[in-house]
Design a protein around this ligand. Structure first.
Ligand SMILES: Nc1ncnc2c1ncn2[C@@H]1O[C@H](COP(=O)(O)OP(=O)(O)OP(=O)(O)O)[C@@H](O)[C@H]1O
Length: 362
């Protein structure tokens, strides 16, 4: 399955100009406000007709300006989940779901509905009206409805934005199941580094209507400091980690990452398997010598690769630790005092890492 999107769409003061090829799985579309994420998603869905371009999903041409072809919205078979669930208020959950199935015309038996209901954990909600559901429950029903329309592609435009932190945490595991169990490719719009880091295999970073980076999420995240506007405060990297052991007497779990070995509080970590970590630049301190007499558990030797001014009193340093990139955010004064220039050997001391849902102080 591939998705080819080459479109140019201009409105006064803004031009979207992208040429993308996406594969299966969950692809994130990431960028600051006004970068064109919703415009692109609307163009794919057929809600907006691009000035020029071609969109092909799984071999079906949805739009081809040169050939004068523009498949109407209802024939595109694109599922769309918006910020708010947009369920039919007068229908119960079961009928909202059946509407999704009706949209596809025929096919899709009972077993398929049962499977979607089970995957999204909405079995106990079937007889309820949307007004009696929490925001997270409504979104799960909206996802189910979109899935039952048998989409070629599922578009999700900031589906968690309207939810509070508790509801976001509640829905995350369902989104992970959706990504892992449904065969439908997903284009997931978000400007949350945490969401994208946790969910997306690949990400596209948009800025000013153009693609500024596209690739595996961890690699693109590592380069996010190059994005203008609003993302440096959250700059950080994703690291895939393998659980390699425990130190039961200290209740610590040992993780191997491309940056080196880390020890983190065991908490509810599995005894084996892989997890994903996020290390934010602001949680990394730097030392010139291997640190002694500090309480932090983890320090990784590395080399400064680049120094990026952030426009305030801080600088962002791009470090190479083993084979991974790690960012550190330090004050300009510290950078001058420690002479932190490209080539300088340093030790990155980690104050905390984010691991799935929890922020872990080290
Ligand atoms: N119909 C329109 N007419 C004029 N300008 C438009 C129109 N639709 C969108 N724009 C402009 O296009 C730009 C991109 O908007 P878009 O909604 O796609 O951004 P976004 O990345 O989704 O932002 P956000 O994260 O805030 O939702 C903005 O500058 C917006 O003002």
């Amino acid at each position: 399955m591939t998705i080819e999107i080459a479109v140019r769409h201009a409105v006064p003061g803004f031009t979207l100009d992208v040429d993308l090829r996406l594969g299966n799985g969950l692809n994130a579309l990431f960028g600051p406000s006004g970068s064109g994420k919703t415009t692109l998603v609307n163009v794919i869905a057929g809600l907006r007709r691009p000035g020029a371009g071609r969109i092909v999903v799984d071999g079906t041409v949805l739009h081809d300006s040169a050939a004068g072809l523009d498949l109407p919205r209802h024939r595109r078979r694109i599922g769309y989940v918006f910020q708010e669930a947009r369920l039919f208020p007068h229908l119960d959950v079961r009928r909202n779901l059946l509407y999704g199935r009706w949209l596809r015309g025929q096919g899709g038996g009972r077993a398929e509905i049962d499977a979607v209901v089970e995957m999204l954990g909405i079995g106990s909600l079937l007889a309820r009206r949307p007004s009696g559901l929490s925001g997270g429950e409504k979104q799960r029903v909206a996802i189910g409805r979109a899935l039952l329309s048998a989409p070629r592609l599922l578009l999700m435009d900031e589906p968690l934005t309207a939810l509070d932190e508790a509801r976001k945490a509640e829905i995350m595991p369902y989104l992970e199941r959706l990504r892992d169990e449904s065969r439908v490719p997903i284009l997931y719009v978000s400007h949350s580094v945490a969401e994208v880091g946790r969910l997306a295999g690949e990400m596209v970073a948009l800025s000013g209507g153009r693609v500024v980076a596209h690739g595996p999420t961890a690699e693109v995240m590592a380069g996010l400091d190059i994005l203008p506007g609003g993302v440096t405060a959250e700059a950080g990297v994703m690291l895939d980690a393998e659980v390699v052991g425990t130190e039961p007497e200290w209740q610590l779990t040992l993780l191997d990452t491309a940056a080196g070995r880390l020890a983190v509080p065991s908490g509810d970590l599995p005894a084996a398997g892989r997890v994903r970590l996020r290390i934010r630049a602001r949680d990394v301190m730097l030392a010139l010598d291997p640190p002694v007499g500090v309480s932090a558990l983890n320090s990784l030797p590395g080399v400064v690769e680049a120094v990026v001014a952030t426009g305030d009193s801080a600088v962002l340093l791009r470090l190479r630790c083993n084979t991974a990139v790690v960012f550190a955010r330090v004050t300009r004064r510290s950078a001058a005092n420690l002479d932190l220039v490209p080539g300088r050997r340093v030790h990155a001391v980690l104050k905390s890492v984010a691991l799935d849902r929890a922020m872990i102080s080290l």
